[in-house]
Design a protein around this ligand. Structure first.
Ligand code: SF4
Length: 99
């Protein structure tokens, strides 16, 4: 049986506890121009931080500022939509709370 379970956890609330040192001068993830819509839809579903979105005009948007550095988007769309993925420079990016 394949049942969907209602998720009662407020993910945004937990994500809001994270701290980031955003490198405004250097994006550690760079997307290709005019990304394929179907592939972009996959990124909307897999990014745990919800950084891949469609705006009100139904255009793809992305902001690396809240990245958790999990690497999922690189695995799913590296070389397709994700043109470049690297860890942020030392002392930049997400600050892990448990080491
Ligand atoms: S590395 Fe993880 S958190 Fe960061 S943008 Fe990719 S999927 Fe989202």
């Amino acid at each position: 049986m394949n049942r969907l379970t209602h998720i009662s956890v407020n993910v945004d609330e937990y994500l809001g506890l994270n701290k980031y040192e955003v490198d405004e001068d250097h994006a550690h993830i760079v997307l290709a121009e005019n990304p394929d819509r179907e592939a972009f839809g996959a990124l909307i579903r897999v990014c745990p931080a919800g950084l891949y979105k469609l705006n009100a005009a139904d255009q793809p948007t992305f902001d690396y500022a809240g990245c958790l550095e999990c690497g999922t988007c690189r695995i799913v769309a590296g070389g397709v939509i994700v043109a470049n993925w690297e860890y942020p420079q030392p002392t930049m990016g997400v600050e892990y709370r448990y080491g």
